[in-house]
Write a protein that binds this ligand. Structure first.
Ligand code: DC
Length: 250
């Protein structure tokens, strides 16, 4: 199916559909967003990669991650570009392709720290709004349905129990065959700390939008969760345009 398909008309004139996917780490957002994008012929945009790229720059500059003024100044001289690809997005930091440098634990932790600052969020939100303004996208993050695109046609809040998310992350990191070795408990603890920071920051904390459909994948396989997400989008597409996402959530 193509994004040009008339069923992808949006409630906003002149724009095609936006699917907002939010939720904590390890809930399966990236995979589900990628699969939804491919299924419905939309572009997949991972906003977390933008926070990660900025965190990488701050780490490279040796800037303390709690120095809000320093981070703000750094942001003013930083260019981040997100290019949708077949699988992952390509991320350019000041023109350098840093895609392969963003998934390690140090950058992961730093991204969560730099993302608490309002000035950084205002900058990122503006970039993300520009990226998605024409629609035809699945945008994935923490505040897409609440702040970046509060009028997105479909909002899904993906969640799962912290232990389940932690074990998924542990497997992604290489599980018991990983060198140097890590323990699942360490990964779960780390994920809880990031959850806590993401959910309690003063500016746009992680939460489900009032009109989001909450999809809890605790007891689902990834395939089941993907199918449930496809069904949510399909249900929205089959509704007349005057029925908003509010009704979907109920
Ligand atoms: O989705 P991710 O794990 O790549 O995100 C990395 C960090 O970036 C995450 O800890 C919180 C932050 N983030 C955010 O605050 N808002 C977004 N829209 C996306 C990510």
């Amino acid at each position: 199916m193509s994004a040009e398909d008339s069923s992808f008309c949006s409630d906003v004139p002149g724009r095609t559909m936006i699917v907002a996917i939010d939720g904590p780490s390890g809930a399966g957002k990236s995979t589900i967003a990628r699969r939804l994008a491919s299924h419905f012929g939309l572009l997949n945009l991972e906003t977390g990669a933008m926070y990660r790229a900025f965190a990488l720059k701050a780490l490279r500059e040796g800037l303390p991650l709690d120095d809000s003024k320093g981070l703000e100044a750094l942001a003013s001289e930083t260019t981040i570009t997100l290019e949708p690809g077949e699988e992952d997005n390509r991320v350019l930091l000041d023109g350098e392709d840093v895609t392969g440098l963003l998934r390690n634990q140090i950058v992961t932790d730093a991204a969560s720290r730099v993302s608490v600052f309002p000035a950084i969020r205002v900058w990122m939100v503006r970039l993300q709004q520009q990226l998605g303004e024409k629609g035809g996208v699945v945008m994935e993050g923490r505040d897409i349905g609440t702040v970046v695109f509060p009028h997105a046609e479909v909002k899904i809040f993906l969640d799962a129990a912290p232990e389940v998310r932690g074990l998924r992350r542990y497997d992604q990191l290489g599980g018991s065959s990983r060198k140097p070795e890590i323990q699942p408990e360490e990964v779960i603890q780390d994920l809880r700390a990031r959850d806590q920071r993401d959910r309690t920051r003063a500016d746009s904390p992680l939460r489900a939008a009032a009109d989001a459909v909450v999809l809890d994948s605790t007891d689902m396989t990834l395939e089941e969760a993907v199918q449930a997400a496809v069904d949510i989008v399909t249900a929205k597409l089959s509704k007349p345009l005057d029925q908003s996402t509010d009704q979907l959530a109920s």
